[in-house]
Design a protein around this ligand. Structure first.
Ligand code: COA
Length: 259
């Protein structure tokens, strides 16, 4: 499958999705949302997939926001549809059962910051700049930013970032816990691959369950504590847990099958 607005590159069971509209600083237009939805649906069908890296084309931007040119003349009804569409696609990213890392290689603003927030965690290059500047446009974040930023950095910092609309640099984003690592730009994708490579040596079913349990903390429909108990029990039915314990006793590396 080919995409107009992103690159889908699968290598060694690690998928890199690169938003590819560099002349528009990778702004998310309707076509990019369609592509993102299709790409993540396709990723779900890949066998042996270890994880997904989301990044932006070029050296300047991860994603500089929703495509503002598509905002003109939107009615309330259409704006709600646009917002709901963004929520739908980003929820799918959040609910992936392999790790999804945002590799932030420059501006991650508005919808770009919200895309990064929908990923399971974020790493950034030294030139990364993050922010939710929507109030400068007379708007609020509409793709989950008012909720997910609070979850990641807490209410006070989220309030200040969203109400001022100011961008923060990579160092401050690291201090806020918004990005887990800051590295020179050329080391960004290698680091993302290294982290996914490491997670890929762990029990795949356990990784899936861990993601689901952590996401359950933020869900209104699930009790994360109960889901953890249930999942912990279910894992004892897997071949992987037997292999994990056996390998430990035999002082060797486990060979997980994801079963
Ligand atoms: N939507 C649509 N187009 C965008 C965009 C967006 N969110 N962000 C950047 N672009 C386009 C610019 O219009 C410009 O296109 P052009 O060359 O056809 O005129 C191109 O990308 C390059 O951007 P430019 O503004 O010239 O780069 P810059 O280095 O001067 O500034 C930013 C970079 C990120 C500070 C600036 O582009 C910006 O503020 N973007 C909007 C950020 C935003 O408010 N996002 C939230 C949207 S809800």
């Amino acid at each position: 499958m080919t995409f107009d607005n992103l690159l889908y590159d699968l290598q060694d069971n690690i998928l890199t999705i690169t938003i590819n509209r560099p002349d528009k600083l990778n702004a998310l237009n309707a076509g990019t949302f369609n592509d993102l939805e299709k790409a993540f649906a396709l990723a779900k069908k890949e066998t042996g997939l270890k994880g997904i890296v989301v990044t932006g084309a070029g050296e300047k931007a991860f994603v500089a926001g929703a495509d503002i040119s598509e905002f003109e003349g939107l009615s309330t009804e259409h704006a709600m549809q646009l917002s709901a569409r963004g929520h739908g696609v980003f929820n799918k990213i959040q609910n992936m059962t392999v790790p999804v890392i945002a590799a932030i290689n420059g501006f991650a603003l508005g919808g770009g910051c919200e895309l990064a927030l929908a990923c399971h965690f974020r790493i950034g290059s030294e030139n990364a700049k993050l922010g939710l500047p929507e109030v400068s446009l007379g708007l609020i974040p509409g793709y989950g930013g008012t909720q997910r930023l609070v979850q990641v950095v807490g209410k006070g910092k989220a309030m200040e970032m969203i109400l001022t609309g100011d961008m923060i640099d990579a160092k401050k984003a690291f201090d806020f816990g918004l990005i887990n690592h800051v590295v020179p730009l050329e080391e960004l994708l290698p680091l993302a691959n290294k982290i996914i490579g490491k997670i890929g040596t762990r029990g795949p079913v356990a990784v899936k369950k861990a993601i689901e349990c952590i996401n359950a903390f933020y869900s209104d429909h699930m009790n994360g504590f109960e889901y953890e108990i249930e999942s912990f029990g279910e894992l004892f039915d897997t071949e992987d847990v037997k292999e994990g314990a056996k390998a430990f006793m035999e002082k060797r590396k486990p060979e997980f099958k994801g079963k």
